[in-house]
Design a binder for this molecule. Structure first.
Ligand SMILES: C[S@@+](CC[C@H](N)C(=O)[O-])C[C@H]1O[C@@H](n2cnc3c(N)ncnc32)[C@H](O)[C@@H]1O
Length: 191
């Protein structure tokens, strides 16, 4: 594990609850609709603000996070996966890569560093079922109040290019006040 990764795990082990309380916006209605009756993977659930709203309607719910303290909170879910490296994947009972109808993350993308964004999207893409959807938000400005070594502002063009590199197409892009962009993407060829 590299030093930035050690630093980051230490940070999120201590801060995931407090940091999560800062921003609260989330397109609940749309997400309830998308997750209803579906197999769902949430990356970076923190204290579970989105999970609490969505888990009841989902067919099954799993989480993945780099922070052991977060993963520990969700051990009773279908999968509670600690991301040690984005080159590893969640493996199911039949030794196949676990697939999900919906993969989503909120207030996480700006903590994925520039050099690892494509790997992060590749990780997501490999976990999407046929016709599965990936939904996430990111801030349109860079000020997040978190340690700048662990936080980055990705431009929309950068995000769309990296999705494209991982063979994912943007199917919906919405701007929400005060400063959130939400993207829905699918694997190329499944619309
Ligand atoms: C700001 S919190 C957001 C938590 C929750 N989604 C919310 O909005 O309340 C960021 C979450 O992402 C996790 N996280 C941070 N960097 C990550 C990374 N590189 N890969 C996966 N998860 C990460 C943190 O451990 C934490 O659970």
């Amino acid at each position: 594990m590299g030093s930035i990764q050690i630093e980051r795990v230490k940070f999120w082990n201590q801060k995931h609850v407090a940091v999560c309380q800062g921003q609260t916006w989330f397109p609940e209605e749309r997400m309830v609709q998308l997750c209803s009756g579906k197999s769902v993977l949430e990356i970076g659930p923190g204290d579970g603000r989105q999970l609490q709203k969505l888990i009841g309607g989902a067919k099954d719910y799993s989480i993945a996070d780099i922070c052991p303290a977060v993963v520990k909170k969700y051990v009773n879910l279908k999968y509670a996966y600690e991301i040690m490296s984005m080159d590893d994947l969640i493996i199911d009972d039949t030794d196949q890569i676990a697939k999900f109808d919906v993969v989503h993350c909120w207030y996480v993308i700006h903590h994925i560093l520039k050099w690892e964004l494509a790997r992060f999207f590749a990780f997501v893409c490999r976990h999407l079922a046929r016709n599965g959807v990936f939904v996430f938000n990111y801030p349109v400005t860079g000020d997040t109040g978190v340690d700048p070594r662990l936080t980055i502002h990705h431009s929309t063009i950068d995000i769309v290019r990296k999705l494209d590199k991982c063979e994912m197409d943007v199917i919906r892009l919405c701007y929400y006040e005060p400063r959130n962009v939400v993207i829905e993407a699918r694997q190329r060829g499944f619309r």
